[in-house]
Each structure stands twice: as structure tokens, then as C-alpha cells.
Design a protein around this ligand. Structure first.
Ligand code: HEM
Length: 493
């Protein structure tokens, strides 16, 4: 009898608990719906009430670039629409008109969004910081990428570019084709090491991909954490099941320590300059963070943009022949920044590649104040995406300047009677906008022009005869889903 009574009590308690939980759930849903109805809404991408559109973004959000383009077409006729991203209301600005109120509030009123907080235990440094810390880091790092300093890196970049040409020559004689997805990240990593960090790691020559593999693993971890429905990395032992961010972070830290030890005091490279600031303008940890950021931000981005550029040139042999004609008589020795910039068609190919396939296809923020968009008030704390790719491929303002056929890859749209016409800010939008625009833009641009010019001068890229490349998103990069392997042969004049 006593046992039966005890069982009854337990069952009653369970029942009461279940009713309580159901009641709490229903109240939460009711509050959510009530709050929702009070907010001025834009057209919304349909999704489940709990995860919203997250499942549609694929594992780790890899489909976000394509989805933003698709949804901008379907829901973005006002230049702005919204979506529920795992419970967070996210407003997407897909036109230049609606993007401007967001971008003009940067950096302090429109910081990067809270999702970046998910990665602070594996990476920090200028790309990820805010407020006073970001200001100090930007001030200290900026001079390293000034025009004058990038000009001083010319011999180093030329040295690595010559190595790239030698490696391509080797691949031609052994395989008849070059895997640019393998070679270009080694090239950009060598350039960063030799210029910014003052170290010669000869990754191209030895084809050693440890650093490049770690950058990719890092991007994977960052992307996975930013789009995870639950903070799996906070549960001991679970993080390693989903990403290797912590191990990669440790490896980068020890590489940065090594670089600092090798750096001479008072030298020219950024690492050498930073070494003198250790403990003064920068704490030691901050120093290590920023060296890692340079590795991470400067390798995959530029190499992927170059992969896309060479892919387009192998698709369009007429365009390639015109580029070859432009670079035919370039000297074998180094090209200054001004000489590289005086090649209009090479520059047009670079600008058009960034417009169609720039690695940073969107920027994400979180507002600190109310913003009015398309006549509707959006409260402080809302997440915003600025869909850069969509703007560059569909916006009426961009059409006015660059033509109606924005879906086509047509470098000549950047050319006028006098040569290149840049159309700011659209010529640099792939590098971001405003005070936080990409720090390495000048170096990336120089590498881009130089590689396009020198590769086409020395080699013919045969016609692309494989299926068209598709892309997937990995943190700030948009990479082809299959390697960019192109049949090449030496060019004879
Ligand atoms: C084609 C190549 C590249 C592209 C398309 C690119 C794109 C971008 C974008 C979109 C941002 C965010 C800008 C914003 O928030 O407005 C950024 C930031 C940044 N990039 Fe690049 N990047 C490239 C190459 C490089 C290189 C070579 C470096 C240097 C080593 C670099 C270092 C950085 C840094 C440090 C930031 C953070 C700047 C800050 O928040 O103050 N990037 N980049």
C-alpha cells in the first residue's frame, strides 16, 4: 500500500512537471509571438520557429553564400529582408541603398556580430576585436600595409612568384597540368611569411602544406562554431568531435612564438617591428594573436581569388589571348606596384573576379542603436548581414556604373577609353567597407595582378573542359568544391 502511494506521488509529480514544462514552453512561444507582432517586420524567409533557416544553410553553414543570393532574389525586392537564424532575428541588406545606413555606423555603432564571440577562445586579433583594442591593433598594424611598405616588399613577392613559375614548370613537365588549389595557398603563405613576418619558410619549394592545412582547419572550426545551434565547444571533450580549432590554435601560437624568436630587433618586417612593441604597445598574447590573424587572413583569401581568376581565363581563351598580348613584353625582373597597376586588362580581370567571386561575400554585424531601414524601425541588438556579393551582382546602382549584365564575367566593364575605371566603392567592396576595410588589400591586390600577369606571360592555360566550378563557404572564403586543376603548357611567342 505504502509502495503504491509512493508510486502515485512520483507519477503525480512527473505529470505536474510535464504540465509545468508544457505551460512554460507555451508561455515562451506566446511571448515570442507577442514580441514578434510588435516589431516592424520585413519579408521573412520561411523556417521553423526554433532553428529558423539554419538547417537550410547546410552543415556548418557552408551554403550561406548561395542561400543569401537565392533569398535576396526571392524576398529582397525592398533591398532588405529578414530571417530567423537559430532564434536570432537577422536582417539582410541586399541592396546598396539599404546597406549604407548599416555600413556608415561602423565601427563602433555597428560592431561585428555576437557569433564571433563563439571563437574567442581559439583566435583573437584585429579581425575579431572591437573598441579600444581594435583601434590600437589597427593603428599598429596599418603601416605595415601602407603603399610605401608594400612597395618595399616587391623584391620578396617577386622572389616567391619566380618560385611559383618554377613549380608550374615542374608540373607541366611531369603532369601537363597544374593544381592551382594546391600551389596558390602555398604561394600566398610564402608571401605572407616573407613580407609581413620576415621569414622564409619555402612552402612552395618543399610543397609542405602544414600551415595551409591549419588555415583550412581553422576556417572550418570558425564556420562550424558560428553556425552551431548549440555551443558544443563548451562541453569538455566534445569540441574535438566537431572541429580541431583548439589544437590548430596552439600550433599557430607556437609558430608565432618561433617567428618572434627569429625576428631581429629593429628590422623591416611587421614581425620585427612588432617584436619591439612586445609588452609595450602590445601584450605578448595580443602580439601572438595578431601574427596568427595575418597568417589566417592573408593566405586562403588571396589564393582562392586567384584560383577563380585563372579558372575564368581557362574558360575564355579569347580573353586570355588579350591578357597575354598585354603582358607579352613585360620584363622578367620585378614589377613595381605602379607597373602592375598600369596593366588595364590584368587589373580588370582581378576586379571582375573579386566582384563575381570575392572571398568575403557578406559582412555581419550587430547594431548598438535603433536603425530605420525601408521606413521600418529595427531595434538595437539586431543581427545584420550586408550581402556584398548580391549588391555587386544585382544592385541598380552597380548596374548604372557597370552595365546590366552583372551576372556575366566580363572584365571589360571596368575599362574606359583611358584604361581602368574603378567606380568606388564597388571596386573595393569585396574587401569590406569603411574604417575596417581589409588591412591587407594592397598586398593582396599586388599579388593578384602579379600572378595573373606572370602566369599568363609564361604559360597557356588550356580550355576548361570539366563541369563548371561550384562554390562552398568556409568562414570568410568561398572555395570551389573541386580543385582548380588546369592543363597548361609553356607559352611561345
Ligand atoms: C583577395 C584577398 C582578400 C580579400 C578579398 C579580403 C577580404 C577581407 C574582408 C571582406 C575583410 C572584412 C572587412 C570589413 O570588415 O569591412 C577583411 C579584413 C581583414 N583582412 Fe583581408 N582580404 C584579403 C586578403 C588579405 C591579406 C593578404 C591580408 C594580410 C595579411 C588580410 C588581412 C586582413 C585583416 C587583418 C583584416 C581585419 C581588418 C580590421 O578588422 O581592421 N586580408 N579582409
Amino acid at each position: 500500500m505504502a509502495v503504491a502511494q509512493a508510486l502515485q506521488t512520483v507519477t503525480d509529480r512527473k505529470g505536474a512537471l510535464a504540465i509545468g514544462l508544457a505551460g512554460a514552453g507555451a508561455s515562451l512561444l506566446a511571448i515570442r509571438l507577442l514580441l514578434r507582432s510588435r516589431v516592424d517586420r520585413f519579408r521573412e524567409v520561411p523556417g521553423s520557429w526554433f532553428l529558423g533557416v539554419l538547417p537550410e544553410l547546410g552543415p556548418g553553414g557552408k551554403l550561406i553564400t548561395q542561400k543569401l543570393e537565392e533569398w535576396s532574389d526571392a524576398y529582397g525586392e525592398e533591398g532588405v529582408f529578414e530571417m530567423n537564424l537559430a532564434g536570432s532575428r537577422t536582417v539582410v541588406c541586399c541592396s546598396w541603398e539599404q546597406a549604407q545606413p548599416i555600413l556608415s555606423r561602423r565601427p563602433h555603432k555597428m560592431p561585428k556580430n555576437w557569433r564571433l564571440q563563439n571563437v574567442v577562445d581559439i583566435i583573437a586579433g584585429s579581425f575579431f576585436s572591437e573598441g579600444e583594442r581594435w583601434k590600437r591593433e589597427r593603428r599598429v598594424l596599418s603601416p605595415a600595409f601602407s603603399r610605401k611598405n608594400v612597395e618595399s616588399y616587391v623584391p620578396a613577392v617577386e622572389h616567391v612568384t619566380q618560385q611559383l613559375l618554377r613549380e608550374l614548370g615542374r608540373d607541366v613537365s611531369t603532369k601537363g597540368e597544374a593544381n592551382f588549389s594546391e600551389l596558390l595557398p602555398l604561394y600566398t603563405a610564402d608571401v605572407i611569411c616573407k613580407t609581413a613576418l620576415g621569414q622564409e619558410l619555402r612552402m612552395l619549394e618543399t610543397r609542405s602544406s602544414d600551415i595551409v592545412d591549419d588555415v583550412k582547419a581553422f576556417f572550418h572550426a570558425l564556420q562550424s562554431r558560428m553556425y552551431a545551434p548549440l555551443p558544443y565547444w563548451k562541453i569538455p571533450g566534445l569540441a574535438r568531435l566537431f572541429d580541431h580549432g583548439a589544437e590548430v590554435s596552439r600550433r599557430f601560437y607556437s609558430r608565432s612564438e618561433q617567428i618572434m624568436q627569429n625576428a631581429k630587433s629593429g628590422g623591416r618586417s611587421i614581425a620585427e617591428k612588432l617584436r619591439d612593441m612586445d609588452g609595450d604597445k602590445f601584450s605578448h598574447g595580443e602580439l601572438m594573436d595578431n601574427l596568427t590573424v595575418l597568417f589566417v587572413a592573408g593566405t586562403d583569401t588571396t589564393s582562392l581569388a586567384l584560383c577563380w581568376a585563372l579558372y575564368y581565363l581557362s574558360q575564355d581563351l579569347e580573353l586570355q589571348a588579350a591578357v597575354a598580348d598585354e603582358v607579352k613584353s613585360l620584363p622578367d625582373e620585378e614589377l613595381s606596384l605602379a607597373e602592375a597597376e598600369s596593366l588595364p586588362l590584368v587589373q580588370a580581370v582581378w576586379l571582375e573576379t573579386l566582384r563575381c567571386h570575392g572571398p568575403g561575400s557578406f559582412l555581419d554585424f550587430q547594431s548598438t542603436e535603433e536603425v530605420t531601414l525601408a521606413g521600418r524601425k529595427v531595434p538595437a541588438g539586431t543581427e545584420f548581414y550586408v550581402a556584398i556579393r548580391n549588391i555587386l551582382k544585382k544592385d541598380p546602382e552597380v548596374k548604372k556604373k557597370l552595365g546590366d549584365d552583372l551576372h556575366d564575367f566580363r572584365p571589360s566593364r571596368w575599362l574606359g577609353p583611358e584604361g581602368i575605371v574603378k567606380h568606388p566603392p564597388f571596386d573595393t567592396l569585396a574587401f569590406g567597407y569603411g574604417p575596417r576595410i581589409c588591412l591587407g588589400m594592397r598586398l593582396a591586390e599586388y599579388e593578384g595582378l602579379l600572378v595573373i600577369a606572370k602566369v599568363v606571360q609564361k604559360f597557356v592555360l588550356e580550355k576548361w573542359d570539366k563541369p563548371p566550378l561550384e562554390e562552398t563557404t568556409s568562414f570568410v572564403s568561398n572555395e570551389p568544391t573541386t580543385p582548380v586543376s588546369i592543363k597548361i603548357r609553356p607559352r611561345t611567342w
